[in-house]
Structures are given as C-alpha cells and as structure tokens.
Design a protein around this ligand. Structure first.
Ligand code: FES
Length: 697
C-alpha cells in the first residue's frame, strides 16, 4: 500500500504529525482539539461555506476555514483567541439575523447545532439588524416538514442528497436573501421525486428539515443527558442497515443511519424511509393480554396459562384425531431466526404439523424452482458488490420501493462510475439514471430475457471459462430473437435499446443482475430461470456465486427459507383446513392469505397488534412484542451473513417474549427440544444455519 507523506505542524502549540492530505479541522479533531463547525459534516464532502470553523494560520491577518484548509509542513495553527471568537460570533449573528431563529417555536429546539453554537459562543443578543423575509413551511411530505425560516443554507442536505442518497432532488434555488433549498425544480417536498430516505433531515444542523413524527421531542421534559443511544440494525429488508436509535422513557426519539465512510458498507450508512420512519408509526391497537373468543363471539381477556392450555389442547386434539388436515403454522418472515426455528420445531415435532409456511406468497417457490433448474449449487451475490460492477441489469424490480438503499447504490454507481444501467420491466423504475429501458408486460419477461440471452451469446467473443460454450452457441442459434421481441411487442425505439443493451452486457467483464419482486411473485419461475441463464453467461464470482441479486419480500425471508419454513406444497388460493397458528408481526393485517383461511377449524393468532382483519376468523389471540422489543438474529438478503439484532425498547408489561410463548407451548406437547434457554436457542439456530451454509459469517 502506498505510504503517505507525514506532515509536522502545531495546533495551539501542540506538535502534531499527520498524513498529507488531511485538513486542519480533521487533524485538530483527531487530536481532541475542538473547532466549532456548521456546514461541515464528516460523512460529506467539505464545502467551506459558513466560516464558523475559522482559525489563524502562521499569524496571518486573514482567518481561514479549517474544514477546507489542507495541512502543510511547519504550519502553526491557532484555533481560539479573541479575534477568532469575535469572527465566529459575527458569522453566527449574521446567520441568526437572516432568518427566523426563535428557538422556542422551533420543532428541533434542544437538539439543534445552531442553538448549541449560540450557547457555546455566548451569543445573548444580536448586534446586527434582523432582516428576514417570511418563508413558507412545507408540510406536503408524510414524514418530514421543511421550515425554510430555520434554514442556514449550509448545503449539508444538498450534499447528502447527492453524495449519499444519489438522488439529486435537493438543490439551492433563488439568489441573495431569497435563497432557499428546493426540491426538483421548485416542487413541494411531497410532490417531488424525493424517496424519503431522510438523510437530509439527519444531517440538517437546525430545525429546517424535521421529522413529522417527533416534532419538539427534545423539549418534552426530557434532558438530553437522559437519552439512551442504542446501536443495532434495521430488520426490514435484509440489507441490515446499521441504525443509531435515540430512546427516552422507552419511546423512540429518532432513528438515524450510522453515517460513515466505511468500505464494508458502500451505502455510507444510509437508511431508507422504512428503517427511519416506519417504526415510529403505530399500526393499530396493541394486543396486551391473551384473548379468547367466547361462545357469543366476543373477545374476553384471559390468563396466559389458561389461554396456552386451551390452545395446546385444541391443537393436540386436531393433530391426533387424524381427521381434517392436521395442524399448520404460518409465519411472518419478519420474525427472527430463533422465533422461526422454534416455531417450525413446535409445529413439526410438537404437533406433527402438515407444514409451516411464510407469508411471503409464491416467492420462495419461484426461487426454489429456478435454483433447482440451475443445479442448486449457486449462491447469490452480495448487494455490496453493486458499486464494483461495470454493467447493471435490473429486471422487474422497483428497488426504490422494496430496497431503497439498493436503489441509491445503483444511482450512485451510475453517476460516480459512468456505468450503464439497463432496466427491463413494466416501467423504467430507475429513470433518468437508466441508459436503456426495455419495456415488457407481466408474463412476457421470460421470452424477452431469452431473446437477450441469445442476442448476447451471438455478440460475445467465445469465452474460455464457459466450458459448455459450444452447446450454448448451438442453443442460441435455434432462438429467433426477432420473433421473441416481436411477441413482446417492443417498439422500434425499445428494440434499438434491446440491441444496444445486449452489446453492453456482452462487452462487460464485471456485470451484476438484479431480479425483483415483479419477476419472482409469479406462480411460475420461467422468468427467473432466464435471468439465471443470462447471469451464467459471465464467469461466476468466488464461492460459486452467480452474478445475481434477488430482492426478497421481507427482512428475514432468507432466514425463513434457509430454515425450511417456506413450503412448496400449497399453491396460491388453496384453502387451509384444520388448526393453524399464525405467528405474525407488523405485517399481517393486509396479507393476501386471508381468503385462504375461511375453512379452518381453529385459528390462533400471535401478533403485536389486535388483528382487526382476522378477528372474525380467529379463536385465540396472543400478544407478541414488536421486533424492536426483542433480541434476535436475522439473515441478510444474500443469505451470507447472520447478525444478532439488539432489543431497542422494552415490551409492554405482561407481554411475553415470542420465544418464551413458543417454549411454553412446546412444554405442553410431547416434543422435548435440546434447547431451553435463549442462549441455547441462539446457538442452535446459528449451528443449523452454519451446517447448511458453511461460508456464513
Ligand atoms: Fe468550515 Fe462551515 S464548517 S466553513
């Protein structure tokens, strides 16, 4: 590795050695010398706009902004004297005079960098006249509000939107005193193309961009010293984005991404709307006590023991009487690996259950079919490899909806590396970042992908590494590309994009394909099989890994499928009969499975919320903590990593942890698991996963 030249300098008479290229501010902070800043943010490029960070260099009469000043040999820096403090206070006074910074009306008061700077510099009045216009507050967005009167035009949100989200939605508009941050071309935030990732809000140093879920949180009688910070990760979509959650009195104040420049996380610690805001929403009435449906159909609260006895007795009798179809389990793949494994074992070994399935619909069946056709031995690629790719093909996916952090990564890869992005699907979900868009209606994907495969084969230089190339080219010769693209109804323009896209893919040496929910949520797997075939035209990545990322429907779908919880026996629309336990999470109320449970003999629902949509079909309801209220391990989207998520909140009093509920039910059956404590359960789940995928971390 190239050794950087060392620079020697003094800061406040302290002798310091630092690598060439560092700024004065970074060097000072590395050496515990504090310099106030406003427009600077460690996760963003340096801008030098506010001048709060001025310092004196070599006694020069001109103060310089330390955040953009590179170090040089022999430099003598002074970070604080009367002249510097006066300059900073003047800068701050002008900032305060230019907008309506009356803290008592501000949603962010108590958690505001501008307010803290004023206290730090002991600014108790203004010596310059106030001159601000009235600016509107934009409340058109569901998650965030924009109060332009609090904006200091530091540009952090602009840079974050470009450099982290890759969205380029926010920019400056107007001139002079009328300068504002704007969304797209003067759209409201709600109408703009903003993806609601909230990174602008996270880096905003004032109350200009604030959460609509937690306005005034910092002054509601809470002292900042009482805030508890919990580091964990978001379990919503399988990317395991790292989170820093602020909690007060068992309430979430805010969830932030762990913004960083870390090569292991090419997303730079970004979060999406789901990780940042969704846990702050309430999804209905919490279920706090077990409930049993009485003879007249009304719900009555009951003790845990009586409810679990009743449930176990009913399931034991359904399992033993040999009539009907036995006992089934249906589970949300938002549950942790431990919950999933214990639930599976309870169903299979406790009640000899017919089978256990997830609420993921037909996704697993499609992937299972397609991977069997490919020899079962190919691993999926990690989403972290996207920035290294030289060609990206997105098929039937809208990652902005399902995995927004992947969508950011795609945009940034296009912008930063000039990579060609090919989008295939019903709509161009990545416009205007896509270079080629090939429209294809639902059900026609397999034909179009087959045509793309054949066209690629025809324009590729025969590679040595594909041993079966002769067979491949013979097969491609038998494919009529023109007929297939005609069947798919491609216009002349789309057909041109198709041919160009095939050339780009053929010429690429490190491509990546991303298959999305619209391709996988079919009852048949031909489209996915064709994507896999297309990916196999390029050499595999290490570890027999296909150049393919498959977007999954839920945060722990990979875990559930690995633990064999996804059944391939029931087709969509088949009716369930017998007894069922539904282990849900926040996701059960709107699920499509509801129509298939009309003929059940007995239904018990384990859920954090009162399940309104299931209330007339269920017989027993059992409360469950939210995923934020439980520890548990999750498996990443690519299936390659298993990480333990920390509990962030305490569950309401009296609500048992899910694994305890399952264990108490297990104790009411003939099944004797070889684990009984939480630690043993974690170990067991991990061992099982490792035995199936030895390369897991
Ligand atoms: Fe250095 Fe703003 S923090 S100029």
């Amino acid at each position: 590795m190239e050794q950087k030249t060392k620079i020697n300098l003094t800061i406040d008479e302290k002798e310091i050695e630092v690598e060439e290229g560092a700024t004065v501010l970074e060097t000072a902070r590395q050496n515990d010398i504090e310099i106030p800043t406003l427009c600077y943010h460690p996760a963003l490029s340096n801008w030098g706009g506010c001048r709060l960070c001025v310092v004196e260099v070599d006694g020069s009469p001109k103060l310089v902004a330390s955040c953009v000043m590179p170090v040089r040999e022999g430099m003598e820096v002074v970070t604080s004297n009367e002249r510097i403090i006066n300059a900073r206070r003047t800068v701050l006074e002008f900032i305060f005079s230019e907008r309506n910074h009356f803290c008592m009306f501000c949603a962010q008061s108590g958690d505001c960098e501008l307010q803290s700077l004023a206290y730090e510099l002991q600014m108790d009045h203004l010596t310059v006249p106030q001159s601000f216009e009235e600016f509107p507050t934009d409340i058109t967005n569901e998650y965030m509000a924009i109060d332009h009167s609090r904006c200091v035009l530091c540009g952090r949100c602009v840079r974050a939107c470009h450099e982290i989200a890759g969205a380029f939605v926010i920019n400056f508009q107007n001139r002079g005193p009328e300068s504002l941050i704007g969304f797209d071309f003067n759209a409201s935030k709600g109408e703009s193309t903003c993806l609601n990732c909230g990174v602008c809000m996270q880096v905003c140093p004032t109350g200009a961009i604030y959460s609509r879920y937690r306005a005034h949180y910092a002054v509601k009688g809470h002292k900042k010293e009482d805030w508890e910070i919990v580091e964990s990760f978001c379990p919503q979509c399988g990317l395991m984005c790292e989170t820093v959650t602020t909690v007060v009195n068992n309430n979430i104040v805010k969830i932030e991404g762990k913004l960083q420049d870390d090569a292991s996380r090419p997303d730079h610690g970004q979060l999406c709307y789901a990780g940042r805001f969704e846990p702050l929403k309430s999804n209905g009435k919490r279920l706090l006590k077990p409930m049993v449906k009485g003879a007249n159909g009304t719900w009555e609260e009951e003790s845990w023991d009586i409810t679990l006895d009743l449930l176990a007795k009913k399931m034991n009798s359904i399992a033993k009487d040999g009539k009907g179809e036995g006992v089934f389990g249906l589970v949300s793949s938002r549950c942790s690996n431990e919950e999933l494994m214990l639930f599976r074992d309870l169903m299979a070994k406790g009640w000899a259950g017919g089978f256990t399935d997830t609420l993921d619909g037909s996704y697993h069946r499609t992937i299972y079919d397609a991977s069997r056709a490919n020899g079962n031995s190919l691993n999926e690629a990690s989403w972290k490899l996207i920035p290294e790719s030289d060609c990206l093909i997105v098929v039937s996916a809208d990652p902005g909806r399902s995995q927004p952090v992947i969508s950011s990564l795609l945009r940034r890869t296009v912008l930063e590396n000039g990579v060609k992005l090919i989008v295939i699907g019903q709509e161009d979900t990545l416009s205007p970042w896509s270079s080629y868009f090939i429209p294809v209606g639902k059900g026609n994907e397999a034909q179009l992908l087959k045509a793309l495969w054949a066209e690629t084969v025809n324009s590729i230089v025969p590679p040595d590494h594909i041993k079966y190339w002769k067979a491949v080219s013979d097969e491609a010769e038998g494919v009529s590309v023109s007929e297939l693209i005609q069947n798919c109804g491609l216009s002349e323009v789309a057909a041109q994009d198709f041919h160009e896209a095939a050339k780009v893919y053929a010429a690429s040496s490190n491509p990546m394909l991303i298959a999305g929910e619209d391709l996988i949520d079919h009852n048949e797997s031909s489209g996915l099989k064709e994507v896999m075939k297309l990916a196999k035209l390029k050499d595999l990545l290490p570890g027999e890994t296909l150049r393919l990322i498959i977007l999954k429907p839920n945060g722990n779908s990979s875990g559930a499928w690995t633990l064999n919880l996804a059944s391939n026996n029931k087709a969509n629309g088949d009716k369930w009969r017998g007894g069922m336990i539904l282990l849900g999470d926040e996701d059960i109320s709107g699920s499509e499975f509801i129509d298939s449970i009309d003929e059940l003999e007995f239904l018990a629902v384990v859920s954090p919320y009162f399940p309104e949509a299931l209330a007339d079909k269920a017989h027993i309801l059992i409360p469950k903590p939210l995923s934020m209220e439980e520890n548990g391990s999750y498996t990443s989207l690519d299936g390659l990593a298993v990480c333990l998520k920390k509990k962030i909140l305490q569950a309401p009093e009296g609500v048992k942890e899910t694994w305890q509920t399952m264990m108490e039910l297990t104790n009411r059956t003939d099944f004797n698991p070889d684990y009984s404590t939480w630690t043993e359960l974690v170990r067991k789940a991990l061992d099982e996963m490792k035995s199936l995928f030895p390369n897991r971390t």
